[in-house]
Design a protein around this ligand. Structure first.
Ligand code: CA
Length: 236
C-alpha cells in the first residue's frame, strides 16, 4: 500500500510489538524505539519517518522532551507527531501541544482509532501543499482557494482577508491542534505586533460568520484551536 515509515516510541515492548504488527498489516513500515534517546537516533536516519507515535512516559526522558528535541532539529522539524497519553495526564497533554505535537490519542485506545489518526495525519501531510487552485469542501463550507471566496450552503460568506487566511490555515491542518502562538506566526506573520488574545477575537468572529459551520472549530482551553478532522467528527 503506502510504504510510509512510522516510528513507534513505546517502552512497553508488548504494546510496541502489537502496534508494529497492526501498522504493518495496513502496509506501513515501522521502526520501534523503547527509549527517548533511541527515538531521537532513529528519527534522523534516512528515510525519515512519516509519522512518530510518541508515548508520553518513557524510562529515560518524557515524550514532551522528545517532541521538543524533534522540533528543534532541522531534519525532524516537520515530521508529524502523535502523542500517546494515559488517562489523567491532562496537564502533560497541554504541554505536548506547546512543544509541537500534532495530535494525541489517549490510552487505552482502539487500534482502529489509532490507524484512523495515522491515516488522517499522512493524508494531511501529503495534501498541504497541493490545495491552492482548488475548491475545498468541508461539510456545508466550500472554499474557492483561487478566488478567495467562501460559501456556506452555497451562499457567499463575506470574510476579511485575515479571516480567509485563518479559515484556510485551519482547513489545511484539520485535526491538528493549533496553538495561538502558531496561528499568530502563520496567519498574522512573525513580525505582527498583536497579542494572543487577538487570535481568540478573530476566531470568535470567524465562527460567527460561518454560522453552523463554526462548530468545526474546537477550542482547547489553555492551548488553542483545532479544526475537526471530518464534518462528522463528534464533539470532544
Ligand atoms: Ca510508557
Amino acid at each position: 500500500m503506502s510504504g510510509e515509515l512510522i516510528l513507534i516510541v513505546e517502552d512497553e515492548e508488548d504494546l510496541a510489538g502489537t502496534l508494529a504488527y497492526n501498522l504493518e498489516k495496513e502496509g506501513y513500515e515501522t521502526l520501534e524505539a523503547l527509549t527517548g534517546q533511541r527515538a531521537l537516533e532513529l528519527a534522523v536516519r534516512e528515510p525519515s519517518p512519516s509519522v512518530v507515535l510518541l508515548d508520553l512516559m518513557l524510562p529515560d526522558m518524557s515524550g514532551t522532551e522528545v517532541c521538543r528535541r524533534l522540533r528543534q532539529d532541522e531534519r525532524t522539524r516537520h515530521v508529524p507527531v502523535i502523542m500517546v497519553t494515559a488517562k489523567g495526564e491532562e496537564i502533560d497533554r497541554v504541554v505536548g501541544f506547546e512543544v509541537g505535537a500534532d495530535d494525541y490519542v489517549t490510552k487505552p485506545y482502539s487500534m482502529r482509532e489509532l490507524l484512523l489518526r495515522v491515516r488522517a495525519i499522512l493524508r494531511r501531510a501529503g495534501s498541504e501543499e497541493a490545495v491552492s487552485g482548488t475548491m475545498l469542501e468541508f461539510g456545508e463550507i466550500q472554499v474557492d482557494m483561487t478566488a478567495h471566496r467562501v460559501f456556506l450552503h452555497g451562499e457567499e460568506v463575506q470574510l476579511t482577508a485575515l479571516e480567509f487566511k485563518l479559515l484556510t490555515t485551519f482547513l489545511m491542518r484539520k485535526g491538528r491542534v493549533q496553538t495561538r502562538e502558531v496561528l499568530l506566526n502563520d496567519v498574522w506573520g512573525i513580525h505582527a505586533n498583536v497579542m494572543t488574545r487577538t487570535v481568540d477575537t478573530h476566531v470568535k468572529r470567524l465562527r460567527e460568520k460561518l454560522g453552523e459551520g463554526g462548530r468545526y472549530i474546537e477550542t482547547l482551553r489553555g492551548v488553542g484551536y483545532r479544526f475537526k478532522t471530518s464534518p462528522e467528527e463528534e464533539d470532544q
